[in-house]
Write a protein that binds this ligand. Structure first.
Ligand SMILES: NC(=O)c1ccc[n+]([C@@H]2O[C@H](COP(=O)([O-])OP(=O)(O)OC[C@H]3O[C@@H](n4cnc5c(N)ncnc54)[C@H](O)[C@@H]3O)[C@@H](O)[C@H]2O)c1
Ligand SMILES: [Zn+2]
Length: 382
């Protein structure tokens, strides 16, 4: 396998992956439509586009076009399908857009593979997400392992952010999410990722094309979009800090995520491409550790050496989960993957890169307004 198609290859994960695979001797073709939300109005100026424009064959096109898929898959041995709409909050009011790009786009890929004469494709890697687990896996004192429902508006509006057992309503404790955890997304985005993954597994098995699904946790590092106000608190917070604006932290600041540095994600993805043990398997790709949103804000201020005000607002977004961290036993035992980059070290590398970038115009407030108008962003009742 030498010729690899990376859809969304001009984005954050794709551009970093392209650089790595090119250095290993692969030929890379990129299919990307250069979404303005990610790349700005003029994609020629986009940081991640510039990273790949001279080292890969770039096809400007959409995963929603069968013709573009046919063009992009000519002579290709394996596809790494990353192209997607990625904003969890935004997915809750642009539902058909998310279903189209993420689900219909993936179904067109399989149409083209299934119908390819003299089929060349031998493997598909699909970018899934921790979002497919929703609130994830918890422990209840009385009911053992549980998969709680989304937190309800009634509790949240009173400032009670705890995840509760859906059977007895007492507070539950988060456990590391294993791959066999219940799939029950809490957002349209998560739903589309789960659908993509299952569609790939079903179709891949039926026509005997190995599929590996990678459930990425929160990925960060150089190249992540600083323009997209819908994803990534690291981008949002670092923009605010550099603009010397106050940071509003939702809930009580103790909500947490599992942050994984981009180089680790690239390594895990490369292993999944190269190792047959990954075939027809799904893997968590994370650091296995939780970091609270408050810690993130403090780490960024330290690395930027700028102090801004932090307001813990108590506000909340419907479809935000409380906390999540990955169990990495499977990927370690089957693929030998272990994350290498510690959070504070990764943050320092990220900030060193951020400092070289222009300060972006801040569209974050606008994104919150859109969520507010859709009834998805709320204040606690005082
Ligand atoms: N970054 C994370 O934290 C994270 C976490 C979990 C899963 N993922 C998944 O990993 C993949 C890559 O994410 P990323 O962070 O690099 O996102 P990104 O937005 O930086 O890159 C996605 C790329 O896909 C392109 N794209 C979007 N719609 C397209 C379409 N219809 N046709 C062609 N190209 C299109 C965009 O222009 C962009 O270049 C996505 O599938 C995402 O859901 C990312
Ligand atoms: Zn219980």
């Amino acid at each position: 396998m030498k010729n690899i198609l990376i859809t969304g290859g001009a984005g954050f994960i794709g551009s970093n992956l392209t650089k790595k695979l090119v250095s290993l001797g692969y030929n890379i073709v990129i299919l990307d439509c250069f979404l303005p939300q990610i790349h700005g109005e003029n994609y020629h100026e986009s940081y991640t586009y510039k990273q790949v424009k001279n080292i890969a064959t770039i096809i400007k096109g959409s995963v929603l076009s069968k013709e573009d898929w046919i063009k992009a898959t000519k002579g290709i041995d394996a596809i790494i399908h990353l192209a997607a709409e990625t904003g969890t909050g935004q997915s809750m009011y642009n539902i058909s857009q998310y279903c189209n790009s993420n689900i219909i786009g993936t179904s067109l890929m399989w149409d083209v593979i299934a119908q390819q004469e003299n089929r060349t494709i031998k493997k598909v890697i699909i970018a899934s997400s921790r979002a497919i687990y929703g609130e994830g896996k918890y422990h209840c004192k009385d009911h053992g392992t549980i998969y709680p429902d989304m937190r309800n508006d009634k509790d949240l509006s009173k400032g009670d952010y705890n995840v509760k057992c859906h059977l007895c309503n007492q507070n539950a404790k988060a456990l590391a999410t294993t791959e066999d955890s219940l799939i029950h997304a809490a957002s349209v985005y998560g739903f589309t990722k789960a659908a993509q993954e299952e569609l790939c597994m079903i179709t891949g098995k039926s026509i005997n094309i190995p599929v590996a699904s990678l459930r990425y946790q929160n990925v960060y590092g150089p190249g992540q979009s600083l323009k997209n106000p819908y994803t990534g608190i690291l981008s949002i917070f670092s923009n605010l800090i550099r603009n010397k604006q106050a940071i509003n932290i939702f809930e009580d600041g103790m909500e947490s995520r599992d942050f994984i540095y981009i180089d680790d994600v690239v390594n895990a993805t490369t292993l999944a491409l190269q190792n047959n043990k990954a075939n027809f398997q799904s893997f968590n790709v994370g650091s296995g550790k939780r970091t609270t949103v408050l810690q993130v804000a403090n780490s960024l201020m330290k690395a930027l050496n700028i102090e801004t005000e932090i307001n813990i607002t108590g506000q909340y977004r419907i479809s935000d989960i409380r906390e999540n961290f990955a169990d990495l036993t499977k990927i370690e035992s089957l693929l030998g993957f272990k994350p290498k980059v510690e959070f504070q070290k990764g943050i320092t590398s990220f900030i060193n890169w951020v400092k070289e970038q222009e300060i972006e115009e801040d569209n974050y407030e606008q994104s919150l307004l859109e969520m507010k108008n859709a009834g998805l962003f709320k204040d606690i009742k005082s």
